[in-house]
Design a protein around this ligand. Structure first.
Ligand SMILES: [Zn+2]
Ligand SMILES: [Zn+2]
Ligand SMILES: [Zn+2]
Length: 494
């Protein structure tokens, strides 16, 4: 019996709660004013911010209630999520209510990512579709490339990457299995033949993964299907592709932007997607309006319309919302926030140099997504009848040992989920984010934890709710609210 497997099993498939860097509650009105606009206490160092101050504050303003309600009703209808509705109340702001009864274990919602990206470091651990975040290739390909990177990491590059990771200011990127040293290396030829498909492992035919489809421009992005490749191109990637089809000066500008993001904080890559998403939508709307000879519509109102899906989830500027890292003293908070704001403006300037017509770059707050990796495969081997298992393990054991204790490292990234982000927190939630066997892409899956009656509010926990009252409140302070859920009211010291 492997010492590693039971651990992975205990880890189950529960999704990690969103991190503190990614608050999901709507702010009180004052908070939006304080955090939005010119972004913080001191004058902005960014030319764009100064030049377009009125437009930026319009883009960042809380959408009018009626327009928000219409937006969510439309979204729920178009995605056929008829089990829920988004409600607004003056007391709690946005919330999600049940539109029908749910039994324990029922699927409430599968929320599609609006904008998201895999963490840069996680790309070493997991090869996933850049659009839907499904694992791609084959189990052999996944194991082979992870071990290959691991072997390179333990020889020379490891210190560099680790250094780069440590300077990840305000990042939510978590540690990567591949950056850990592991002396248990396998010959390079073996890894090569795993990657190319010349070597196959037993029972992997039960775990077939979609074939890799490359971007027709660059070698960076890979997809599970042509339809994901096309959707990504249409929605974001046509402005971000660093491939040969991109004009050379734009390509080098893009490369500079990507380098800066990878060296500082990979959330800028998600922000770039949010901006290209908006720009490409804007271009489409403009074409439509020109076609319909609709001269009433100003360019700015088209931009507002293009930005709408993201504006609905906007809470605060990124530099105002990042939780203060533990090693930063609270009296240094101002300079910390200024530092990361400068970083964001540098990133924006680099992006602007690359895609030019970007006129706005407000930061949305994003959740964290995680998809389990090929642990199912090793669990399957472990569950085989003894004789078959013994036979299979002769082949698989060296790979499992070489992968080390982080063999089950999931695909991790940052994403914005339009509906899940409307769900309020409770320390006694009636629902949770949970991946079932069939949930192999990056979408957020919300399952009922108990029977939920029609019209009840659906709540999830933003934190690990199995900790005492004080600890819960301290963690929730990063989200900017004091929890008044039934459990907190009961446990609150007098
Ligand atoms: Zn895909
Ligand atoms: Zn590309
Ligand atoms: Zn609570």
């Amino acid at each position: 019996m492997s010492a590693l497997l039971p651990l992975a099993r205990d880890r189950a498939r529960e999704e990690n709660p969103p991190k503190a860097q990614t608050p999901r509650r709507r702010p009180a009105a004052e908070e939006t004013r304080a955090g939005g606009g010119m972004g913080g206490s001191s004058a902005s160092p960014c030319d764009l911010e100064r030049e377009f101050a009125p437009q930026i504050s319009q883009l960042l303003a809380t959408p009018p209630l009626q327009s928000a309600q219409e937006y969510y009703d439309g979204l729920i209808q178009s995605r056929k999520h008829d089990g829920i509705r988004v409600n607004f109340s003056s007391k709690h702001g946005k919330g999600v209510c049940a539109n029908k009864d749910f039994a324990e274990g029922d699927l409430i919602l599968k929320d599609q990512i609006l904008v998201g990206a895999q963490h840069s470091l996680n790309k070493i651990d997991c090869a996933v579709c850049s659009y839907c975040f499904r694992f791609i290739g084959s189990i052999e390909f996944q194991i082979g490339r992870r071990l290959y990177w691991q072997s390179i990491g333990s020889s020379n590059d490891c210190t560099n990457r680790r250094h780069c990771h440590e300077t990840d200011v305000g990042s939510s990127a978590s540690s990567s299995g591949a950056t850990k040293e592991n002396n248990n290396t396998l010959p390079e030829e073996v890894l090569g033949s795993l990657i190319t498909g010349d070597m196959s492992l037993p029972f992997t035919d039960h775990f077939s993964l979609p074939q890799v489809v490359g971007c027709h421009g660059c070698e960076e992005e890979r997809y599970c299907s042509q339809s994901c490749a096309d959707s990504d191109w249409e929605t974001y990637h046509s402005l971000l592709c660093t491939g040969s089809k991109t004009e050379p000066s734009r390509r080098s500008a893009l490369q500079k932007f990507v380098e800066h993001a990878n060296g500082s904080n990979d959330i800028f890559l998600v922000a770039a997607k949010a901006i290209t998403f908006t720009l490409l939508r804007y271009k489409k709307l403009k074409m439509q309006s020109e076609f319909q000879k609709n001269t009433d519509e100003s360019n700015f109102s088209l931009l507002m319309e293009a930005w709408k899906p993201l504006s609905m989830g906007f809470k605060k500027r990124w530099w105002d919302s990042v939780a203060l890292p533990e090693d930063v003293d609270s009296c240094d908070e101002d300079s910390f926030r200024q530092q990361i704001r400068d970083l964001a403006f540098t990133s924006l300037q680099l992006l602007k140099d690359a895609i030019f017509d970007a006129e706005c770059a407000p930061c949305i707050l994003f959740g964290v997504y995680k998809i389990s990796s090929f642990e199912d495969y090793f669990i399957h081997i472990d569950d085989l009848p003894d004789d078959e298992k013994e036979e299979a393990e002769k082949v698989t054991r060296p790979f499992l040992d070489a992968l080390g204790e982080d063999y089950a490292a999931p695909c991790e990234g940052t994403a914005f989920f339009p509906l899940q982000s409307c769900m309020n927190h409770s320390c006694c939630p009636n629902a949770k984010a949970y991946k079932r066997d069939e949930d192999t892409d990056g979408n957020a899956v919300i399952i009922a934890l108990e029977p939920i009656k029609k019209d009840d509010e659906i709540t999830i926990s933003y934190i690990d709710e199995d900790v005492p009252y004080e600890e819960r409140q301290a963690q929730l302070a990063d989200y900017g609210f004091v929890c008044m859920c039934p459990r907190c009211q009961e446990e609150k010291p007098n």
